[in-house]
Design a protein around this ligand. Structure first.
Ligand code: FES
Length: 171
């Protein structure tokens, strides 16, 4: 049976407070933070059912949610692993080895960009500049940045994340 798409009571309270930050009739302004909350609450990604639910809460059309969610790489429109490795592929990172880093992850994890490992632990995703160009190449996993990466550091990072996430749910 599929999980019911509904925020918990505590989350609904948080969402209501966010909506109240904006003037009457401007509840769409709360879309980005509410999508973040929805993604965190519903297994790390936004299904069309979840986006429809967010639209109903904000009293806007589903298409208004889809167009925003599909624009930003921070929203996932398909299931992801426990650890989402978002590797920057923009110029400075590319010049400092991002391409090799992505190839290393693909090789090591036996997946391609955009795919998830068979055990559901890692998803590899290339993204545009994450604003940490001075420490290129880098990646983001959850709220953390991992910088000045090379293959050796990448391997150590995978070990660390794998170890930490045998127990907890998301990076
Ligand atoms: S180019 Fe990679 S963080 Fe800016």
């Amino acid at each position: 049976m599929s999980k019911e798409i509904k925020f918990s009571d505590e989350t609904l309270e948080v969402v209501a407070k966010i909506i109240l930050r904006y003037p009457e009739g401007r509840q769409k302004s709360a879309l980005l933070p509410v999508l973040h909350i929805a993604q965190a609450e519903f297994d790390g990604w936004l299904s069309s059912e979840v986006m429809d639910y967010v639209a109903s809460i904000l009293n806007i059309k589903p298409i208004e949610v889809y167009e925003v969610a599909s624009f930003y790489s921070m929203y996932n429109l398909k299931p992801v692993g426990k650890c989402l490795l978002e590797v920057c592929r923009t110029g400075p990172c590319m010049l400092n080895g991002a391409e090799d880093l992505v190839a290393h992850f693909e090789n090591k994890l036996n997946i391609k960009d955009g795919e998830t490992t068979a055990d559901g632990m890692f998803t590899l995703k290339t993204v545009e500049c994450l604003g940490s160009c001075g420490t290129a190449p880098m990646l983001q996993c959850g709220a953390d940045y991992y910088e000045n990466l090379d293959n050796q550091k990448a391997d150590a990072l995978l070990d660390k994340l794998r170890d930490e996430n045998q127990r907890s749910r998301y990076c």
